[in-house]
Design a protein around this ligand. Structure first.
Ligand code: COA
Length: 161
């Protein structure tokens, strides 16, 4: 039970930075559930289903990693699946304030929840899903920062706009 963790995120789309965290977490824990949040307020470029497909495709070689999705509050999802350890990536000081708030809110709403923070490898410190999308919109080298399958999906999506 203690060795099962959840890595939640919007993953719009999943990047090599997320993959770095997931791969490292999969070596430390018995099971990692990558939970894709619907997150309507972020107005994702990809639908929830599309994001789940991209995450699944990117992680198919990691045997102890499962992919799931949820709508609504993270804390309710955690209670539903009875998992109370959450992993988050901390890329920069700018992430800290948001993560601090998220931690306190989740603790207040569900006091069994513990959050573990992992620093990304320095290669990925500056990557974000928004930066990747911005590069894709402007024909920049976005494919350096995402798996090949995601890069293809991103190309198709941008074309259809
Ligand atoms: N490598 C690359 N990028 C990373 C990263 C890493 N290791 N870790 C985070 N990021 C980026 C993401 O790409 C994303 O970039 P973007 O803002 O440009 O899209 C950004 O950091 C934050 O992404 P993410 O880690 O996916 O968090 P989030 O803020 O999108 O989602 C949830 C956080 C999943 C916890 C939250 O939104 C959620 O569950 N929402 C449901 C409602 C809820 O419970 N809210 C909390 C209580 S109010």
């Amino acid at each position: 039970m203690k060795n099962k963790v959840v890595y939640p995120g919007t993953f719009d789309p999943i990047t090599n930075g997320h993959l770095d965290i997931i791969k490292r977490a999969s070596k430390m824990f018995d099971e990692v559930i990558v939970a894709v949040a619907e997150n309507k307020h972020k107005k994702p470029l990809f639908t929830l289903e599309e994001r789940v497909i991209m995450v699944k495709n990117s992680l198919k070689n990691l045997k102890n990693v499962k992919v799931d999705s949820y709508k609504g509050l993270l804390v309710n999802y955690l209670k539903k699946i009875k998992r109370f350890i959450v992993i988050r990536g901390l890329r920069a000081f700018s992430d800290f304030e948001y993560e601090f708030q998220l931690n306190l809110i989740n603790k207040r709403l569900g006091n069994h929840i513990e959050m573990i923070y992992m620093m990304p490898d320095e290669t990925y410190l500056y990557i974000s899903s928004s930066a990747v999308k911005e590069l894709a919109y402007h024909n920049g080298p976005y494919n350096k920062f995402v798996p090949l399958f995601v890069s293809k999906k991103l190309k198709e999506k941008i074309k259809s706009y």
